[in-house]
Design a protein around this ligand. Structure first.
Ligand code: ZN
Ligand code: ZN
Length: 337
C-alpha cells in the first residue's frame, strides 16, 4: 500500500537489476535536515556498484552520491545545496587529525547507505554547501566530482605556467584539466586512447597526446622539458608504468584514478629524479565550496561535460551508455525541483 508521502526510488536490487519502488518519505532525526534531491550525477563508482564489483556496496541499494537538492526542514529551508556525501567515523587517527576525508572507516551516502536516487536524503547540516546565487542548480551537480579535481590540483600545487599532463579523459580527467587551467597552467595535454573521449577532450578545448608514444610527443611539445605535473585519472597499469617518464626531474605526480589492485611503478625513477607522488582519495569540504565558486564563475566551460539529463526511468539506460563509453556525465533529474 502506498501513502501520500511515498515517492519513487530507483533501487538497485541486484547487480545489473534495477526496480522503481515507492518508498516512504524519510524524516530527519534530531540534529539532521532533510534534503529533497533535484539532480544526481552518475559516475564510474556507480557503474562499479551496478556491475557488482564495488568492494563495499551491498544490495538492495539506492545509488546517488553526486547530489544537488533543496533543504526542506530547519531554519534555512528551500535553499539549493550540494550535499557532501562523506560520512567519517570520528574515532580513527585520520579523524583525530582533522582529515575526515581519509577516515579509516569512510562511508558515503549512495554507496554505503541509500542515496539521491530515492529523491530525499537526511544529513547532518554541516554536510551542506550552499549553491551560489546565479549558478543554475543543475550545474551544481558537477560540484562533487569537480571537488575531486580541485583537491588534486591543490595538493599537486598546480600553478601559473605549469605544464600539466592528464592521463584519462573520463569525467575526472576532463575536470582535472579544467581545474588545472583555472589554476593557471600554461600547457595542458591529455592522454586518452578512446577516439570518442579524445573528441570530447577537443570539444572542451584540450589537445591530446599521441597515444602510441605519449612521452616522445610530450617531449616534442614542451621542448624537452616534459610535464611539471602529471595526473593519473586512468588507473590502468600501462599508465602507472609511464607516470615517472612523463614528468621532469623534481616533478609531481597526482594519483586520482582508483586502482583495483597494486600495480608496478618504477621507484628507482622516482628516487633518482626526486619525484613527488601525491595520492588523492576524495576532497575536503573547502574543495566543494571552491568547486561551486568555479562553476558559478564560468559555467559554460563545464557545459560540454553534461551529456544528457535523464529522468529516474531513464537512469538504467544512462548506465548502459556510460558503460559503453558513450558520453561523459549523465545527470538524473528526480523532478523534485
Ligand atoms: Zn562519483
Ligand atoms: Zn575516522
Amino acid at each position: 500500500m502506498s501513502g501520500p508521502t511515498d515517492r519513487p526510488a530507483l533501487v538497485l536490487v541486484a547487480p545489473d537489476r534495477f526496480a522503481i519502488e515507492l518508498r516512504p518519505l524519510v524524516e530527519p532525526a534530531a540534529g539532521e535536515v532533510a534534503v529533497d534531491v533535484g539532480w544526481v550525477g552518475l559516475c564510474g563508482t556507480d557503474l562499479h556498484i551496478v556491475e557488482g564489483s564495488h568492494p563495499r556496496a551491498s544490495f538492495p541499494l539506492v545509488l546517488g552520491h553526486e547530489l544537488v537538492g533543496r533543504v526542506r526542514t530547519g531554519p534555512s529551508s528551500d535553499r539549493p545545496v550540494v550535499v557532501d556525501p562523506l560520512i567519517a567515523c570520528g574515532r580513527c587517527a585520520a579523524c583525530a587529525l582533522g582529515a575526515r576525508h581519509v577516515c579509516a572507516n569512510l562511508r558515503l551516502i549512495g554507496i554505503d547507505r541509500d542515496g539521491g536516487l530515492g529523491g530525499r536524503v537526511v544529513v547532518d547540516p554541516e554536510r551542506l554547501h550552499t549553491v551560489p546565487d546565479g549558478l543554475d542548480p543543475v550545474m551544481a551537480a558537477l560540484a562533487e566530482p569537480l571537488a575531486v579535481a580541485v583537491h588534486a590540483t591543490r595538493r599537486a600545487a598546480v600553478g601559473r605556467d605549469d605544464r600539466v599532463v592528464v592521463m584519462g579523459a573520463g569525467p575526472i580527467g576532463l575536470l582535472l584539466a579544467l581545474a588545472a587551467r583555472r589554476a593557471g597552467a600554461a600547457t595542458i595535454l591529455i592522454g586518452e586512447p578512446a577516439p570518442a573521449r579524445r573528441a570530447i577532450a577537443a570539444a572542451v578545448g584540450f589537445e591530446t597526446l599521441d597515444i602510441e608514444d605519449p612521452v616522445t610527443d610530450l617531449a616534442r611539445r614542451t621542448d624537452g622539458w616534459l610535464a611539471d605535473v602529471a595526473f593519473d585519472a586512468a588507473a590502468v597499469p600501462a599508465v602507472a608504468a609511464l607516470l615517472p617518464r612523463l614528468v621532469r626531474p623534481a616533478g609531481r605526480i597526482g594519483l586520482v584514478g582508483t586502482y583495483g589492485r597494486p600495480v608496478e611503478l618504477d621507484l628507482q625513477a622516482v628516487l633518482f629524479r626526486e619525484l613527488t607522488i601525491v595520492g588523492n582519495r576524495v576532497y575536503e569540504p573547502a574543495d566543494i565550496d571552491a568547486a561551486l565558486a568555479i562553476l558559478a564563475d564560468d559555467p559554460t566551460a563545464f557545459r560540454p561535460l553534461i551529456t544528457e539529463v535523464v529522468t529516474i526511468d531513464g537512469a538504467p539506460a544512462a548506465f548502459d551508455r556510460l558503460r559503453a563509453g558513450d558520453g561523459v556525465k549523465f545527470l538524473v533529474s528526480t523532478g523534485a525541483f
